[in-house]
Write a protein that binds this ligand. Structure first.
Ligand SMILES: *Cc1c(COP(=O)(O)O)cnc(C)c1O
Length: 498
């Protein structure tokens, strides 16, 4: 399988070249030349396999320059014992037709671990395959969870280094502490006086600046990305949709071939895109419910066919979704443009210049035949968390609650009787303050992340994850903050220091 750029200006590359590069040189994202097609029988044959085995099969169809043995070894390392629940991605049934897919048992308590526990292995193997002699510098812009997951995945991995930029006032306290206390000799963390989009823009600016690239190369590094623009980050996420489907078949909840809907809390459009790719491969998914918070650019795009980022970013209780420019939507646009890269180039150019573009009615309708958009404000998030806890004694985080709200609204309004899988992206203790407030009619209590976590544990009779309580004992190692236009300087200083 070869990879092409969504902007159509580049030659085809292998999977390992796409993974090492991160972004295509023309500024586009790498996408597979075609989608593997899985029959009903092939999907059924996944029954009884472990998570790592399912992932190895999905990866095998995309990363064709890796041998099956390599992929078994890599998936076993990534998913063998690093997750605190042995089912890796368990399903929790909350009503007859609603199932929560819990993707937060990895070391950083968010679904980003599914990709970032495996990406370092894929990256190192790809560097060998492409004869890359320089070290790889992973530059990350994070809305909170990617940063920690990348740091944890790449810490002390040979021939790599990782630098993370996060919005200083745009992440939860637990998220910030997770990053500030990161250990490892090849890591660096810096806050930004700005929001996630500023951080993401800075990273993209560095990627597209040839003088910067040359300076970084002179220091012995080549740039790459651990954001979901990297194919190696996206492809592992396809696997958990197959895994989920098979779990439901094994339990007898579904007949093999029966359709499901999935509801995904969406920010950068990576997770839901993985679900769409699974669907393209033949997984019986009917509707992709794309759930946004108050920064509902994608919801408006689905309604009108116009993407317009010209609006202020709103800070919400779901900070990992506080995003106005969803990078991965570009891969979806490529499909909507019937893989015409020049068209995608024009849209992205308009986005950079005017902050908006339109795809026209026909393409909009095509997207609406598979996707359902919607959004939910903080007050509604509170209500969902509160109601679900009272009714089912099930504790849900602020991001997942948005998907839950939209799943319920969709089922009620449409009368669609398919089972719905709500994708749970984070452990509620990562956002303990807001989850606790939701259970107490909006009342926040005084105190730091640990005080909030303890109060939440007491009120709900649930356990604080060790990954959170351990943070109180770790020394703070990174306190730096910079302006968005200082990122270049910071990067160069740090690569010279290493
Ligand atoms: C990253 C993240 C999201 C958004 O996922 P995308 O793939 O960027 O759409 C949602 N919830 C949580 C908790 C996250 O960390």
């Amino acid at each position: 399988m070869q990879y092409i750029s969504t902007r159509g200006q580049e030659k085809k590359v292998s999977a390992s070249e796409a993974i090492v590069a991160g972004l295509a040189p023309d500024g586009g994202l790498y996408v597979p030349e075609s989608f593997p097609a899985w029959s009903k029988e092939r999907i059924a044959s996944l029954q009884g396999l472990t998570y790592a085995e399912v992932a190895a099969q999905v990866l095998g169809d995309y990363l064709t320059d890796f041998t099956p043995e390599e992929l078994s070894e890599i998936t076993e390392k990534a998913y063998g014992s690093n997750f605190s629940d042995e089912r890796i991605a368990p399903l929790h049934k909350i009503s007859n037709k609603e199932h929560v897919l819990e993707l937060f048992y990895g070391p950083t308590l968010a679904f980003k671990d599914f990709a970032l526990q495996i990406l370092p292995y894929l990256m190192c193997a790809s560097m060998k395959k492409t004869n890359e002699r320089k070290k790889v510098l992973i530059l990350v812009a994070t809305s909170g969870d990617t940063g920690k997951a990348a740091l944890e995945g790449f810490k002390d991995v040979e021939d790599t280094a990782v630098m993370v930029f996060y919005p200083q006032n745009g992440v939860s306290q637990a998220q910030q502490l997770q990053m500030m206390t990161q250990e490892g000799k090849n890591v660096y963390v810096c806050g930004i006086e700005g929001d996630f989009d500023d951080a993401q823009k800075g990273v993209k600016r560095i990627f597209s600046d040839e003088t910067m690239q040359k300076k970084i190369e002179k220091a012995g590094y080549r740039l790459s990305s651990a954001n979901s623009i990297n194919w190696g980050r996206l492809v592992p996420q396809i696997a958990y949709y197959f895994w989920t489907y098979i779990q439901l078949v094994q339990k007898g909840t579904l007949a093999n071939g029966e359709k499901i809907n999935v509801a995904v809390p969406t920010g950068n459009f990576g997770n839901i895109l993985a679900a769409y790719y699974a669907k393209r491969m033949g997984l019986p998914i009917e509707r992709l419910i794309c759930a946004s918070n108050e920064n509902h650019v994608i919801n408006d795009f689905l309604k009108t066919g116009q993407y317009d980022r010209n609006r202020p970013l709103v800070k919400t209780t779901s900070p990992s979704m506080d995003i106005l420019v969803s990078s991965n939507l570009e891969r979806m646009l490529f499909e909507l443009a019937d893989r015409n890269g020049a068209l995608v180039y024009d849209w992205m150019h308009a986005l950079a210049k005017q902050g908006r573009y339109g795809i026209g009615q026909a393409r909009n309708e095509r997207m609406l035949s598979e996707f359902v958009g919607g959004w939910c404000d903080d007050a509604n998030v509170e209500k969902v968390i509160h109601t679900l806890f009272n009714k089912n004694h099930y504790l849900m985080d602020t991001h997942t609650a948005i998907a839950q709200a939209l799943c319920e609204a969709y089922m009620e309004k449409s009368g669609d009787a398919n089972h719905c899988v709500v994708v749970s992206t984070a452990n509620p203790y990562k956002f303990a303050g807001d989850v606790l407030a939701a259970l107490q009619n909006g009342k926040h209590i005084e105190g730091d992340a640990f005080v909030q976590a303890e109060a939440l544990a007491k009120l709900t009779n649930t356990q604080i994850p060790k990954e959170i309580s351990d943070l109180s004992e770790k020394p703070i190692l990174f306190t730096g903050v910079c302006k968005p236009n200082e990122m270049e300087k910071i990067v160069l200083e740090q690569v010279k220091r290493w």
